[in-house]
Ligand binder design. Structure first.
Ligand code: SF4
Ligand code: SF4
Length: 156
Protein backbone atom coordinates (compact mmCIF):
# COMPACT_ATOMS: atom_id res chain seq x y z
CA UNK A 1 0.00 0.00 0.00
CA UNK A 2 1.29 3.49 -0.82
CA UNK A 3 2.02 5.84 2.03
CA UNK A 4 -0.66 8.28 0.90
CA UNK A 5 -3.31 5.54 1.08
CA UNK A 6 -2.22 4.38 4.52
CA UNK A 7 -4.25 5.37 7.58
CA UNK A 8 -0.96 5.85 9.45
CA UNK A 9 0.80 8.04 6.89
CA UNK A 10 1.28 10.68 9.61
CA UNK A 11 2.35 8.09 12.19
CA UNK A 12 0.63 6.48 15.17
CA UNK A 13 0.88 7.20 18.85
CA UNK A 14 1.91 4.53 21.31
CA UNK A 15 3.67 4.42 24.67
CA UNK A 16 3.38 1.37 26.90
CA UNK A 17 1.54 2.20 30.11
CA UNK A 18 2.92 -0.92 31.83
CA UNK A 19 -0.57 -2.20 32.59
CA UNK A 20 0.82 -5.74 31.95
CA UNK A 21 -2.38 -6.86 30.20
CA UNK A 22 -0.41 -8.34 27.30
CA UNK A 23 2.01 -10.19 29.59
CA UNK A 24 -0.23 -11.90 32.07
CA UNK A 25 -3.60 -13.17 33.19
CA UNK A 26 -4.78 -14.72 29.93
CA UNK A 27 -3.52 -17.65 27.87
CA UNK A 28 -1.42 -16.57 24.91
CA UNK A 29 1.53 -17.42 22.74
CA UNK A 30 4.87 -15.61 22.82
CA UNK A 31 6.65 -17.30 19.93
CA UNK A 32 10.43 -17.65 19.80
CA UNK A 33 12.40 -17.29 16.57
CA UNK A 34 16.08 -18.19 16.09
CA UNK A 35 16.99 -14.54 16.55
CA UNK A 36 14.97 -14.38 19.77
CA UNK A 37 16.59 -17.55 21.06
CA UNK A 38 20.10 -16.31 20.23
CA UNK A 39 19.38 -13.05 22.06
CA UNK A 40 18.14 -14.91 25.15
CA UNK A 41 21.14 -17.27 25.18
CA UNK A 42 23.63 -14.43 24.89
CA UNK A 43 21.89 -12.36 27.55
CA UNK A 44 21.33 -15.21 30.00
CA UNK A 45 24.50 -17.16 29.28
CA UNK A 46 22.58 -20.41 28.90
CA UNK A 47 22.71 -23.25 26.39
CA UNK A 48 19.75 -23.77 24.10
CA UNK A 49 18.60 -27.03 25.68
CA UNK A 50 18.73 -25.54 29.15
CA UNK A 51 16.85 -22.41 28.12
CA UNK A 52 14.17 -24.37 26.26
CA UNK A 53 13.61 -26.81 29.11
CA UNK A 54 13.32 -24.04 31.68
CA UNK A 55 11.39 -21.37 29.83
CA UNK A 56 9.77 -22.82 26.70
CA UNK A 57 7.13 -25.20 25.41
CA UNK A 58 6.32 -26.57 21.98
CA UNK A 59 2.84 -25.60 20.81
CA UNK A 60 0.73 -26.48 17.77
CA UNK A 61 0.94 -23.96 14.92
CA UNK A 62 -1.65 -23.11 12.27
CA UNK A 63 0.27 -25.02 9.56
CA UNK A 64 0.21 -28.30 11.49
CA UNK A 65 3.78 -28.00 12.82
CA UNK A 66 4.90 -27.45 16.41
CA UNK A 67 6.74 -24.24 17.25
CA UNK A 68 8.67 -22.81 20.16
CA UNK A 69 6.84 -20.56 22.59
CA UNK A 70 7.49 -19.19 26.09
CA UNK A 71 5.94 -21.08 29.00
CA UNK A 72 3.18 -19.62 31.13
CA UNK A 73 2.58 -19.99 34.84
CA UNK A 74 -0.58 -21.60 36.24
CA UNK A 75 -2.12 -18.10 36.34
CA UNK A 76 -1.47 -17.68 32.61
CA UNK A 77 1.29 -15.17 33.27
CA UNK A 78 4.27 -15.15 30.94
CA UNK A 79 7.14 -17.07 32.56
CA UNK A 80 9.19 -13.85 32.54
CA UNK A 81 6.58 -11.63 34.11
CA UNK A 82 7.57 -10.52 37.61
CA UNK A 83 6.08 -7.12 38.35
CA UNK A 84 7.28 -6.19 34.87
CA UNK A 85 9.29 -8.04 32.26
CA UNK A 86 12.20 -9.81 33.93
CA UNK A 87 13.75 -10.40 30.50
CA UNK A 88 13.22 -6.89 29.13
CA UNK A 89 16.61 -6.55 27.42
CA UNK A 90 16.25 -9.93 25.71
CA UNK A 91 12.50 -9.89 25.23
CA UNK A 92 11.26 -11.49 22.00
CA UNK A 93 10.70 -9.37 18.92
CA UNK A 94 6.99 -10.17 19.23
CA UNK A 95 7.02 -8.17 22.48
CA UNK A 96 9.36 -5.38 21.39
CA UNK A 97 7.39 -4.61 18.22
CA UNK A 98 3.93 -4.70 19.80
CA UNK A 99 1.49 -3.17 18.75
CA UNK A 100 3.13 -2.32 15.43
CA UNK A 101 2.41 -5.81 14.07
CA UNK A 102 1.50 -6.20 10.41
CA UNK A 103 -2.03 -7.42 11.01
CA UNK A 104 -2.71 -4.73 13.63
CA UNK A 105 -1.57 -1.85 11.41
CA UNK A 106 -3.28 -3.41 8.42
CA UNK A 107 -6.24 -1.03 8.75
CA UNK A 108 -7.71 1.62 11.02
CA UNK A 109 -10.31 -0.95 12.02
CA UNK A 110 -7.75 -3.55 13.15
CA UNK A 111 -5.77 -0.83 14.98
CA UNK A 112 -8.87 0.46 16.78
CA UNK A 113 -9.90 -3.07 17.75
CA UNK A 114 -6.48 -3.80 19.27
CA UNK A 115 -6.53 -0.43 21.06
CA UNK A 116 -9.54 -1.59 23.07
CA UNK A 117 -7.21 -3.94 24.96
CA UNK A 118 -4.12 -1.73 25.12
CA UNK A 119 -4.33 1.62 26.93
CA UNK A 120 -0.96 2.65 25.51
CA UNK A 121 -2.25 2.90 21.95
CA UNK A 122 -3.29 6.32 20.64
CA UNK A 123 -1.34 8.16 23.30
CA UNK A 124 2.26 9.03 24.08
CA UNK A 125 5.12 8.80 21.58
CA UNK A 126 4.44 9.37 17.89
CA UNK A 127 5.88 6.58 15.74
CA UNK A 128 6.63 7.55 12.15
CA UNK A 129 5.29 5.85 9.05
CA UNK A 130 8.80 4.52 8.33
CA UNK A 131 9.19 3.05 11.82
CA UNK A 132 5.77 1.43 11.69
CA UNK A 133 6.37 -0.20 8.30
CA UNK A 134 9.81 -1.39 9.42
CA UNK A 135 8.48 -2.95 12.65
CA UNK A 136 5.50 -4.52 10.89
CA UNK A 137 7.86 -6.11 8.35
CA UNK A 138 10.23 -7.30 11.10
CA UNK A 139 7.29 -8.89 12.92
CA UNK A 140 6.13 -10.61 9.73
CA UNK A 141 9.62 -12.02 9.03
CA UNK A 142 10.19 -13.25 12.60
CA UNK A 143 9.02 -16.84 12.23
CA UNK A 144 8.93 -19.13 15.30
CA UNK A 145 11.33 -22.06 15.46
CA UNK A 146 9.72 -25.25 14.19
CA UNK A 147 10.33 -28.33 16.25
CA UNK A 148 11.26 -30.62 13.36
CA UNK A 149 13.74 -28.07 11.98
CA UNK A 150 15.24 -27.46 15.41
CA UNK A 151 15.71 -31.16 16.05
CA UNK A 152 17.50 -31.50 12.70
CA UNK A 153 19.71 -28.48 13.34
CA UNK A 154 19.77 -27.56 17.03
CA UNK A 155 21.33 -24.35 18.29
CA UNK A 156 24.42 -25.10 20.40
S1 SF4 B 1 -1.45 -3.82 26.97
FE1 SF4 B 1 -0.39 -2.06 26.03
S2 SF4 B 1 -0.04 -0.62 27.72
FE2 SF4 B 1 -0.52 -2.60 28.64
S3 SF4 B 1 1.51 -3.58 28.97
FE3 SF4 B 1 0.75 -4.26 26.97
S4 SF4 B 1 1.66 -2.82 25.50
FE4 SF4 B 1 1.79 -1.87 27.53
S1 SF4 C 1 8.74 -11.73 27.55
FE1 SF4 C 1 8.41 -9.93 28.84
S2 SF4 C 1 7.34 -8.45 27.51
FE2 SF4 C 1 7.15 -10.48 26.55
S3 SF4 C 1 5.18 -11.32 27.31
FE3 SF4 C 1 6.83 -12.06 28.68
S4 SF4 C 1 6.87 -10.58 30.38
FE4 SF4 C 1 5.76 -9.60 28.65
Amino acid sequence: MDREDSFYKDGLKFSCKMCSYCCRGEPGFVYISRTDLDRFLAEMNLEAGEFIEKYCRWVPYYDGSEVLCLKETKNNDCIFWNNGCAAYKARPLQCSTYPLWDFIVESKKSWDEAAQDCPGMNSGKLHSYEEITEKAAAYRRNRPIKRHEFEQKPVQ
